[in-house]
Design a protein around this ligand. Structure first.
Ligand code: NAP
Ligand code: MG
Length: 400
């Protein structure tokens, strides 16, 4: 049994991933680790019962303890209001937690032999870091009805005014006002530099500062200043680089690269590029996600949702073949980080071995249905949700 000193913040969730969560704990964690967690039930029923206070509490606990692992959760919509008889359409837990931790989300694919990326030269994962505040996601828009002047006006607290003409319209059109803040961009930059150092990967950052000479240029300057003043020495010491380029140049280079770096993107670019990168790597069920706060707090999860369709099959008593890999990696990621922070070597070894066991199990041809559909391997055995996890346990026992 491996002992822990500091508990993990455990955020339980919904539907099929909640079922997998328990299986993973029973088969892959509790037999090997004297698991210490502070448990928060973020399942929709309990969020509703606690008026979503449990989500806020779990985020506060993460700030206090430093490392959390989260199960996928339902973000309520109209249909869920009826299904769960909700008091209110509670906000997305991920949004609440991200706001509380002021974090940046890093998404990386799990690369395994037999599940080949569409882009042949990608040999290593590409981690996407998306700035999760502002720009077009907090914009103000006007549908211009006809001829007239559109202006951009800033009024300082002391009354000073900055005024620019956007356009003298001759007829109807559209305008859009966006913003970002130095504070948010700085937090984003810190999280990116820290994560690059943490994972010993190069950091790329791209904007369109040749066209957006003030807005995007501010992003570029904040990153560059932080790099020069706070991170350059550490980057050079561990042999990684910081590389700024234009977004279109970055796209071209990413396609020709071998992978193995972090690509930091503005909010919209990150939204678009993360879906492209993740689908090109093969499967949403093989995508990990970690929220990193500028103060160095970590929350690990799978990138996919609660796999509702499989859950209804499960409730109907049918067999499911749901892929638990990203959720297992959320646990190993969190346990490894706990091991690093607390200096528990066995915990780090456990996480490394368990991840290897997952990959070897798949490489030996044993996998869930989603992977069987896209694998390049022959002689594949399709396993159900439970069998796949038990097979991983066997592999782990044989290598540990
Ligand atoms: P989803 O849960 O990601 O599943 C969409 C489809 O992708 C599934 O029906 C399944 O395809 C496939 N899939 C995803 N994960 C898989 C896995 N681990 N193994 C095998 N197949 C997998 O997205 P959704 O159905 O749109 O959303 C369901 C709920 O999740 C929603 O209530 C949403 O709010 C929530 N959600 C939560 C998070 C989060 O907590 N981070 C993120 C996204 C969505 P097939 O049906 O074809 O097998
Ligand atoms: Mg998107």
């Amino acid at each position: 049994m491996i002992n822990m000193t500091t508990p993990l913040v455990e955020m339980d969730g919904d539907e099929m991933t909640r079922i997998l969560w328990q299986m993973i704990k029973d088969e892959l964690i509790l037999p090997y680790i004297d698991l210490k967690t502070e448990y928060y039930d973020l399942g929709l029923e309990n969020r509703n019962e606690t008026d979503d206070q449990v989500t806020i509490d779990s985020a506060e606990a993460t700030k206090r303890l430093g490392v959390a692992v989260k199960c996928a959760t339902i973000t309520p919509n109209a249909a869920r209001m009826d299904e769960y008889k909700l008091k209110s359409m509670w906000k997305s837990p991920n949004g609440t937690i991200r706001a509380a931790l002021d974090g940046t989300v890093f998404r990386a694919p799990i690369v395994v032999k037999g599940i080949e990326p569409c882009v042949r030269n990608w040999k290593k994962p590409i981690t996407l870091a998306r700035h999760a505040y502002g720009d077009v996601y907090k914009n103000v828009e006007i549908r211009v009805p006809g001829a007239g002047r559109a202006e951009l006006v800033y009024t300082g607290e002391d009354g000073t005014e900055i005024r620019e003409t956007i356009q003298d319209f001759k007829g109807p059109g559209v305008i859009q006002g966006m913003h970002n803040t130095d504070a948010s961009i700085t937090s984003f930059a810190h999280a990116c530099f820290k994560y690059a150092i943490d994972t010993k990967q190069d950091l790329w950052f791209s904007t369109k500062d040749t066209i957006s000479k003030k807005y995007d240029h501010r992003f570029k300057d904040i990153f560059q200043d932080l790099y020069d003043n706070e991170y350059k020495d550490k980057f050079e010491e561990i042999g990684i680089t910081y590389f700024y380029t234009l977004i279109d140049d970055a796209v071209a280079r990413v396609m020709k690269s071998k992978g193995g770096f972090i690509w930091a993107c503005k909010n919209y670019d990150g939204d678009v590029m993360s879906d492209m990168v993740s689908s090109a790597f093969g499967s949403l069920a093989m995508m990990t996600s970690v929220l990193v706060s500028p103060s160095g707090v970590y929350e690990y999860e799978a990138a996919h949702g609660t796999v509702q369709r499989h859950y209804y099959k499960h409730l109907a008593g049918e067999e499911t073949s749901t892929n638990s890999v990203a959720t297992i990696f959320a646990w190993t990621g969190a346990l490894r980080k706990r091991g690093e922070l607390d200096g528990i070597e066995e915990l780090i070894t456990y996480a490394n071995d368990m991840e290897r066991a997952v990959l070897w199990t798949i490489e030996s041809g044993k996998m869930t249905k989603d992977l069987a559909l896209i694998t390049t391997l022959d002689n594949v055995t399709v396993l159900n949700s439970q069998e796949f996890i038990r097979e991983i346990r066997k592999t782990y026992d044989s290598i540990k």
